[in-house]
Design a protein. Sequence first.
Length: 80
Amino acid sequence: MRRENVSVTPVAIQLRRDVEQMFDRLGEVPTEAALREHLDGLNTRIRDANRMAISGPPSTLMPLDVERVVERWREAAGPK
């Protein structure tokens, strides 16, 4: 399954995991541009899951507020 890139984790649960991991690793993101790009991709996946019928539990995630996440990233980065 790994070789074929098949996931058995329901989409809604995987999205929640990805959001949690993003916040856990927020301080590791090197630039604001990289963070915004990652958030755009994650928000696209959230919107797609909310828009389409998916197998497994429904998605109850709302797209992330990019500006709030960027502010948290700036706080985590501290003064330079």
